[in-house]
Design a protein around this ligand. Sequence first.
Ligand code: C5J
Length: 220
Amino acid sequence: MPQILAQPGPFAFVPPHLALVVIDMQRDFIEPGGFGAALGNDVTPLRAIVPAVRRLIDGFRVAGLMVVHTRECHKSDLSDCPPAKRLRGTPSLRIGDPGPMGRILIAGEPGSDILPALAPLPHEVVIDKPGKGAFYATPLQAALAARGITHLVLAGVTTEVCVQTTMREANDRGYECLLAEDATESYFPRFKRATLEMVRAQGGIVGWTATVDAILDALA
Ligand code: C5J
């Protein structure tokens, strides 16, 4: 059985049952003028992981493994956006407001698109999600079950919000999960460090972490 050199120990998997889930690599989080910037964040650190995410996606594609992409976005009438989510904090633009890349975090608007460098292929699953976790109110679990997926590699942004929430949701559903250390990023470096540590603490209480190189070595 192939193994990824991971922390806190080797991550064993059977190839056809392993999928990559790429979380929210959208213009709204990574480009100026989107939701991430409206919350007052410097978005430039997130752009730096694009090449690593692309290498990971390419590795899964070459290995013939499932690649899933998610987008955090809402219906244009905001019927799937709880007022608590929309009204919290003091962003310069709220969800649904018009911005330079169209309405913030609304499905179909330019800002909700995945970055062109990481665009899904036509046959790949794309999950639009109204929450931080990719399992809440989405068909993700059914899509994974249809392919017999038991093991997940997670990547994307932001580490401690949508990526970690999705990893915890997956862990509770019985998936073995590994977070790609250099293919995830946060607006807050210390939150990323803390997430990696808490995921793999206590013998891997939420799962494993490994570098993109280690993951690709095991797929080769
Ligand atoms: C956030 C996300 N940070 N994709 N979304 O609101 O992590």
